[in-house]
Design a protein around this ligand. Structure first.
Ligand SMILES: [Zn+2]
Length: 508
């Protein structure tokens, strides 16, 4: 997000081409696509499982410690005793659960609503919240959601490319970028030359059915406080005044939280049942200073304060335990430095790649040569140069025809995706030509198999078991989770139909 606020992000997140739809192939694709990630997760070698278990035990111990610290240091409030005892009850099972690996949940069914008339989902995105950031500093409020809710134990897996717009729109449509159309943060339509940017609100770009549209289609209300695509008029969604805001990165986070809280003061007939809340941080800082800088620690602490403000406001209204809060990020972040560069101009002995063929350089290298130039020939010559040993860092880039990309990336079924895609190793970047600047920072957009690209998933509320850890999953599953909570029929998507029941408590 943040086209107006973060020009650096624009550069770093930039990308390629255009609209085609292939929407008709959803069902076929979803069947095989949604099962693949799960299958590969299940096939992890035992050694990895052991290692992951060890890491988890450590992580859970840390979060449990955090939860207890919270109990001791939190300020008593009218509802604190109940919440605290719940946290205490949950923290212990969570810890034992991780070591014994699982499923003795203390609850067997969803908890009844106490005050709200209908199920409500509040979907929160903290941009670029890399999985693990929650351990950078004390995060008592996020820790409270984790201890009393359901967490993806090793993080949420973004879609490829691990960029802001493609991922935010996958979260709300359940579709891979090839199907929802936002295949990059910016790209060119190969059919008419039109350019998509992060400020494009023409519905022609935004395919699929986002959650706010699904909700409104069912006669319910939705409200968005920023989310890529939410300003776009689609079907029955008209970005209505009072329930939808055009992106403005300068709105203080506190104001966003307070506005969302006010929805809970509305009469039930007016109250949105689906709400979004978006924070640019810590992505903003991550690009500038990389994931390990103290500025990130401060940004994470600030996001935690915002979650605390939200929880406090919901508690004041007596609805905290009634609201299903889903807190996610869109992708992670990895440190970059300018000695880890690959220059396209260094390939000139093999092939000249003019800058105007390149729709984005890093971390998604996307190239559309003019008609008349064979993409297969370009790929072959580029890889020949990259493997020659004569191109600086050439071994860290591999170039593909998009149809030859690993199928787990699901990055082929759209004309908008340029014919040539380069996969860059973690932390490396591709640039056109040598420059004098020498700087370090952070980036994302890489292969979604890279762990540093992972982000968080936390579900808290009546539909989520307390203290539950679930295996990592791709963010295209979230759409079905939300429609299940709201008990509405969703649109066709790439998520697995059975996923929601695997993560949510069954109805009483
Ligand atoms: Zn982002």
């Amino acid at each position: 997000m943040g086209s107006d606020k973060q020009p650096t992000n624009l550069d770093q997140e930039e990308d390629p081409p255009n609209p085609s739809t292939a929407l008709l192939s959803f069902d076929t694709d979803s069947a095989d696509e949604s099962t693949k990630p799960k299958a590969s997760a299940a096939q992890r070698p035992a050694a990895t499982v052991v290692l992951v278990s060890l890491i988890l035990v450590t992580c859970v111990a840390v979060s449990a410690a955090g939860a207890f610290a919270f109990l001791f240091f939190s300020r008593p409030s009218p509802s604190a005793p109940a919440a605290s005892s719940a946290a205490a009850a949950a923290a212990a099972p969570a810890a034992s659960k991780a070591s014994s690996s699982d499923s003795d949940s203390i609850e067997t069914t969803a908890r009844p609503l106490k005050k709200l008339q209908k199920p409500v989902v509040l979907l929160i995105s903290s941009d670029g919240f890399r999985f693990g950031y929650q351990f950078k500093t004390a995060t008592p409020n996020i820790g409270r959601l984790i201890a009393n809710g359901t967490e993806a134990e090793a993080g949420l897996i973004p879609v490829f490319p691990t960029l802001t717009f493609p991922n935010h729109y996958s979260i709300v449509t359940g579709l891979y970028p090839a199907f929802h159309g936002i295949i990059n943060n910016h790209f060119v339509d190969p059919h008419n030359g039109d350019t998509f940017t992060m400020g494009s609100h023409d519905p022609k770009w935004w395919l699929g059915e986002p959650l706010w549209e699904t909700v409104v289609n069912h006669g319910l209300k939705a409200a968005t406080y920023f989310w890529p695509g939410s300003e776009v008029n689609k079907g029955s969604w008209t970005c209505p005044e009072g329930y939808c805001r055009f992106y403005n990165g300068s709105v203080p986070f506190e104001e966003r939280v307070d506005t969302v809280l006010k929805y809970f003061d509305m009469p039930s007939s007016e109250m949105p049942v689906f709400m979004t809340l978006y924070f640019e941080d810590p992505d903003h800082q991550g690009h500038q200073v990389g994931p390990d800088d103290p500025q990130i620690t401060e940004a994470v602490a600030n996001i935690d304060r915002m979650i605390g403000r939200l929880i406090e406001g919901l508690e004041k209204r007596g609805v905290f335990e009634d609201v299903n809060i889903i807190m996610v990020g869109d992708h992670g972040m990895v440190g970059t430095c300018d000695k880890k560069l690959i220059f396209l101009d260094d390939l000139k002995s093999w092939i000249d790649i003019p800058a105007n063929w390149v729709q984005s350089h890093s971390p998604l290298l996307a190239i559309r040569p003019p008609s008349g130039v064979s993409p297969a020939d370009v790929v072959q010559k580029m890889n020949e140069g990259l493997r020659s040993g004569k191109v600086m860092n050439g071994q860290y880039l591999k170039v593909y025809l998009k149809e030859d990309l690993p199928s787990r990336l699901h990055y082929v079924a759209s004309d908008r995706i340029p014919p040539i895609i380069g996969l860059i190793d973690e932390g490396f970047k591709v640039e056109q030509k040598r420059t004098k600047h020498q700087e370090c920072g952070g980036a994302h957009g890489y292969d979604n198999d890279i762990f540093s690209m992972r982000t968080i998933f936390i579900g808290h509320g009546p539909e989520f078991a307390r203290g539950q850890k679930v295996p990592s999953f791709e963010n295209v599953q979230i759409y079905n989770v939300v429609t299940s909570i709201l008990k509405i029929q969703g649109a066709a998507n790439n998520g697995t139909a059975s996923f929601a029941s695997s993560i949510l408590l069954p109805s009483p």
